[in-house]
Each structure stands twice: as C-alpha cells, then as structure tokens.
Design a protein around this ligand. Structure first.
Ligand code: COA
Length: 261
C-alpha cells in the first residue's frame, strides 16, 4: 500500500498526518479511505478539543491525489465519479469534525491538497509553501463541491485564476487572496501552530463547537439550515457548568478551567 494516514492524540489535540513522503505526501485511494475513518474517530472522541492536519516532513502538505492510481481508479468509464466520491467523502468527514481543525501547510499544497486544506477551519502556511490546482494540466474537472468551497473562500475571480492557469502561487499571494489565514517563516510555523492550539484548548469547548457549527451554517441555504441545532448549541453554552465557572473565575480574577459541560 502506498502511504498512510496516521492519527496521534497528544493530550486534547488530535494530529492527523498525511504520510507518503516519497511521493510528496500524495494521497492514494487507500489513504482517502483511511482519512474518512480517522476523521470519524476524531468526531466521536469528546476529549479532543482541536485537530491539526499536516503532511509528513516539510517538503509538502500534499501534492494532491496519487496520479499513479488514476489509470486504474479514475477511469473514463466511471467518468471519475467513484474516485471523486471517495475523495469527497473523506473531505466531508474532515469538514464534519466538530472541533476546530487547523491545516499546517509546509511546501506543496496542490490539487486535492487545496481541497482538503479548504475543508479545515483555518490554514497556517509556511512562507515557503506554494499552491496550485493543476486540474487543467491533467484534463480533469476539479470536483464541484471543491469548487464551491474555493469560490466561497477566495471569490470567483481568484478561483478562475487558479483553475484556468493551473499556475503555482506563493504563500504571500495565497494570503492576499484569502486562501490561507496566516503565513510564518518555515522554521517558526510548527511552533506558531502549537501556540495557537494551546490557546484554543484553554478556551471553552462548548463555545468553540457552537461557533464552528454556527459559522458553517451561514453558508448553507437558508431553508436547509439546522436552526434547531444552532439554538441548542447556543443554549448549551449558557446552561453549562463552564459558563458558571467563567463568571466565577472572572469575579475572582482567576483563570477559568473548562470541562466542556
Ligand atoms: N501523485 C503521485 N506521485 C506524485 C505526485 C502525485 N500527485 N506528486 C509527486 N509525486 C511523486 C513523483 O512522481 C516523484 O516520484 P519518483 O521519485 O518515483 O519519480 C516523487 O513524488 C517526487 O516528486 P518530483 O516530481 O520528483 O519532485 P519535484 O520536487 O521535482 O516536484 C511536484 C514536486 C509536487 C511539483 C511535482 O511532483 C508535481 O507536479 N506533482 C504532481 C502534482 C499534481 O498535479 N497534483 C494534482 C493531483 S490531482
């Protein structure tokens, strides 16, 4: 089998590793399947407060789908649909993780890698990273859900620039068009992500879960929104022990300790 997805839990943080460094962490069909399973595992673990997704090493987040499998797995007979279902169900599982997911991006972030990074809540990138959607070099159509996420985040003009040109852009331009949120020097990136994650896990877990769900609902059609869950999540914050603890700690000039209930 080519490559693997490794899940490591450190304290309350889940680290998902795209592990295929000989191929610039290209994602094989087996890895897409594993990714869906690992993401579901994270979603089911109430202890986890944040997830970090990265590639092994620093030369690539991922160079996208494993092209060497296209002949056998992405054949003209199924017009790519089965393969795209596989990638999209993995990406949907990552998107469904209820806690913040940070993409930590060193090196190349290409094709399906961009789509995967877009499924994360935030993208922190190395100044040495680069981004491209080379679908037009492979004569494939980038999956429609991936294009929707791209347009939502960077707008139609920048999306068309990336899709039409298939050109690689650097991290500074990626930041300018809002494809990434933060750019750091390569040697600082891991530490910056660690510091950000440490800050998140000290915050109230119910607030983070509510914020993630409610922000994501804003891009769902009005008539399809889960309004009941939106209000349930907001109510669960105000009715929580953590809310009482926050008020108590504030009045006592102490740091609150949150338990997510
Ligand atoms: N699928 C399968 N294998 C890949 C891959 C991919 N997406 N991306 C890189 N690899 C493999 C290369 O074939 C090479 O294998 P080899 O050592 O057996 O020859 C190895 O990874 C290293 O890549 P190489 O091209 O030698 O490194 P580089 O630094 O010169 O270039 C890239 C790196 C990522 C720019 C280049 O490999 C590339 O353009 N990859 C394809 C990216 C792409 O089109 N992705 C979209 C997929 S939908």
């Amino acid at each position: 089998m080519s490559g693997s997805i490794d899940l490591v839990k450190k304290g309350r943080v889940a680290y998902l590793l795209l592990n295929n460094p000989e191929k610039k962490n290209a994602i094989s069909a087996e890895m897409w399947e594993q990714l869906a399973l690992m993401a579901e595992k994270i979603s089911a673990d109430d202890d986890i407060r944040t997830t970090v997704l990265r590639g092994k090493g620093t030369s690539a987040f991922t160079a996208g789908a494993d092209i060497s499998q296209f002949e056998s797995r992405r054949s003209p007979t199924d017009r790519g649909s089965t393969y795209d279902e596989l990638t999209e169900s993995a990406i949907a599982a990552v998107k469904a993780i209820p806690v913040p997911v940070i993409a930590l991006i060193h090196g190349y972030c290409l094709g399906g890698g961009v789509s995967l990074a877009l499924a994360c809540d935030l993208r922190f990138a190395s100044r040495a990273s680069s981004f491209a959607i080379p679908a037009a070099r492979l004569s494939i159509s980038y999956p429609t859900p991936a294009i929707e996420r791209l347009v939502e985040l960077i707008g139609p003009s920048s999306a068309k620039y990336l899709l039409f040109s298939a050109k690689r852009i650097d991290a500074d331009l990626a930041k300018e068009i809002h494809l990434v949120d933060k750019v750091f020097n390569p040697e600082d990136l891991d530490e910056e992500v660690d510091a950000f994650v440490a800050a998140l896990i000290d915050n109230a877990p119910l607030s983070l879960r509510a914020a993630k769900f409610i922000v994501d609902q804003c891009s769902v059609d009005q008539d399809k929104r889960d309004i009941e869950k939106v209000y349930d999540l907001a109510r669960s914050c105000f009715e929580s022990e953590d809310y009482k603890e926050a008020v108590r700690a504030f009045m006592a000039s102490e740091r609150p300790i949150f338990h997510g209930r």
